[in-house]
Write a protein that binds this ligand. Sequence first.
Ligand code: GLC
Length: 456
Amino acid sequence: MVLHKHQRYTWVYKMQPPTNLISEAYSVLDANDRASYTQPAAELYPHQWLWDSCFIAIGLRHRDPERAQNEILSLLRGQWQNGMLPNIIFSPEPHYERDRNLWRSWINPEAPEEVATTAITQPPMLAEAVVKVGEKLAPPERREWYRKVYPALLKYHQWMYTERDPHGEGLVLQIHPWEVGMDNTPPWMAELHEHQLNWWIRAAKKTQADRVIDLFRRDTRKVPSKQRFDTIEALAMFDIQRRLRRKVYDIRRILDHSLFAVEDVAFNAILIRNNEQLRTIASVIKETLPEQLIENMKKTVIAFEQLWDPFSANYFSRDFITHKLFKETAVGTMLGLYAGTIPKEHALSLVHQLSDKHSYGSKFPVPSVPLNSAWFKADNYWQGPTWVNINWLIIDGLKRYGFIEEAAKLRETTLGMVTSYGCSEYFNPTDGHALGTPNFSWTAALAIDLSLNPIN
Ligand code: GLC
């Protein structure tokens, strides 16, 4: 549906989402379908990504629950012996050898034999996706579905606590910005610039060698470079990855050498909700979760409040060792709503920020960084643009807290943006226009899900 510019902004509250949004979104998913899994976007993201496939399954379930189940089952191929689910399972095609070799997951004995993967994870959205797909199945099939995935899911959640909460604090730690899925989000980037840049990256910065390196980047060949993270940051990401590989991806050795270790606010908020969904699954199939895991789950809910900063009324990520809060504001704070366990008054203050025109209340919300932050850049990846997966998580949280009007409004603006500007990877939060790669799978999948779930 092509709308005239002046119609675009008024459309959002007046009409139901057009049915051709749904059919367009399905055609994006069909084009990215690789039989057993869906690519996030052809060419730019050719492999299978963990949280992408979870969001994709949430959309696919409406048309074909079996295909949605397969999307999830194919993620489990990548599970490590110790329970970790990697953020990427690499395509076996010969021309992606470079990607597989960069990680060499096989150097760690816990890695699976059949597939090459990364050695880091991504936000744990799996239990949510399993439940959402289960909602589309009749009770006997649902139980069968839950029984099939439960062992792997349980192992994943246990892994997060045994490997990633070594001090038993309740908060799990992340060792690479890619684990958070919001690659260049300011709190992590500020930390990166302050402590993590190696001498040779600093030298590259000084000599402007980054301009040369830029020529070799795959992403900036597909998407304008001002919409991606800068080359110094990209180099630093690969450098952290290289340092993890040198420690054979062994978490004890990694932590002994004080590499990046952050208790990320968004990751832990998502964990809280997904712990809850894991409980739902267990109770439907009458399984008892291990005592220790239940204890840990309770601890996370309590420890999450240590991330609250009363002065700025925000949740922040913190350093694993020093517990210093990273006080750069970013949309991760809003996922406290999705966690669903934060006190109502904290939820209310997040809601105020969502509607504040100087903060997150832009015309096409929710910006990944508030408009009044020094980091805000309307076109740059996770430093300003609006992402549909984040909106979906916030909408879900708003609904469960009873902020129905706010949830309905955000659903409408999100669908309006996708209808007007297509299933893009991300969007300019002030004028709504498309950014990143077009035909992005999770935007399509979640637009379908939002369209088919009106908020009353
Ligand atoms: C980018 C995003 C990440 C996503 C991946 C594949 O790296 O930051 O969240 O999973 O692309 O779409």
